[in-house]
Design a protein around this ligand. Structure first.
Ligand code: ATP
Length: 309
């Protein structure tokens, strides 16, 4: 008797990390409206999890649970939906998937949670559909989906240019202790860029990642990294959410090594020396009344990875 045709996997579980920007230099808007960026990303130990399961051809079904799930569309506006649709289109086949997204990354927080979902979905679907694509082959698709999606695939510490989508691994040593303070509510990335333009962009001269930051990363010394943290979107983010000023000011009170708003905010990342300092600061921030919650994470961590098939 003929062997039955073996079906593909029944479920593929993938996780992808949030990012923080150690530096984010923003050039003036180009004629197409986009701002050129020079950034250094670091992936941190706060993960989105995506499970991909088979569905009828042509069907993309999404369930979202976890942190901020009620603020995330579960239809074709979801970045994970767009990721699955793009990958299916490129294969030229009619493929289907049921996606279950479990969010730990707050929505519209400057941590690229939606981008992590998209990266995880690309990887999960490529395994589910047995397309045999590696990270390198998924990177161009990731870049089509959004500026932060390629980095969520790559992970680690990386330099981003263009709109942030052109990523190259950075020479970085060591592991860093961060405390993320989550603000009440989110900030819309386009709104922060608009305010940046209104405030009068101050293109850094020269418009590039500083040698000081790259040297600090090479040394692996958090004490050297702290003063190098910089984000040109911090001023517009603080302008749109003035309560963040007090939060950022706590860095001095608690002797953090450095502090920076991540991406377009409003998450504030505090760099500290050790796990013990991170735990102390997490408790202090949580009780400060200046943020919704605080979370200890480390970086760098790996990009999107399959956890199980
Ligand atoms: P950006 O990546 O634009 O800098 P962010 O990191 O601050 O944004 P995200 O949580 O990634 O924030 O998403 C921003 C917006 O994208 C949300 O307001 C939401 O409506 C939309 N969105 C689409 N898909 C997703 C998703 N899978 N998870 C979260 N938000 C999503």
């Amino acid at each position: 008797m003929a062997e039955p045709i073996l079906p593909g996997p029944l479920a593929v579980r993938v996780r992808a990390p949030a990012k923080i920007n150690l530096t984010l230099r923003v050039g003036p808007a180009r004629p197409d409206g986009f701002h050129p960026l020079a950034t250094v990303y670091q992936a941190v130990s706060l993960y989105e999890e995506v499970i991909a399961m088979p569905a009828e051809p042509g069907v993309i079904d999404i369930r979202v649970s976890g942190e901020g799930a009620d603020q995330v569309p579960a239809d074709d506006r979801n970045l994970a939906h767009r990721a699955a649709a793009l990958l299916a289109r490129r294969t030229g086949m009619s493929l289907g998937v049921r996606l279950s997204i479990n969010k730990s990354v707050p929505v519209a927080a400057g941590l690229a949670g939606g981008s992590a979902d998209a990266a995880a979905t690309l990887l999960a679907c490529s395994v589910l559909w047995e397309l045999d694509l590696d990270h390198e082959e998924l990177l161009p698709l990731a870049a089509e989906l959004g500026s932060d999606v390629p980095f969520a695939l790559l992970g680690g510490t990386a330099v981003g240019s263009g709109r942030g989508e052109a990523v190259a691994p950075a020479l970085a040593r060591g592991s860093y202790h961060w405390v993320l303070a989550f603000a009440d509510g989110g900030l819309s990335t386009p709104a922060v860029y608009r305010r940046y333009d209104e405030l009068g962009p101050t293109p850094p001269e020269p418009f590039e990642v500083s040698a000081g930051l790259m040297n600090a990363l090479r040394s692996g010394d958090a004490r050297r990294l702290g003063p190098e943290l910089i984000n040109d979107l911090q001023a517009p983010a603080l302008d749109l959410m003035p309560s963040l000023r007090k939060l950022v000011a706590l860095a001095e009170e608690y002797q953090a090594l450095g502090v920076v708003v991540s991406g377009s905010g409003p998450t504030v990342a505090f760099l500290v020396e050790s796990e013990a300092d991170a735990v102390d600061l997490t408790v202090a921030l949580s009780g400060s009344g200046l943020c919704r919650s605080a979370r200890y994470v480390t970086g760098p961590v790996q990009g999107a990875r399959v956890l199980g098939v």
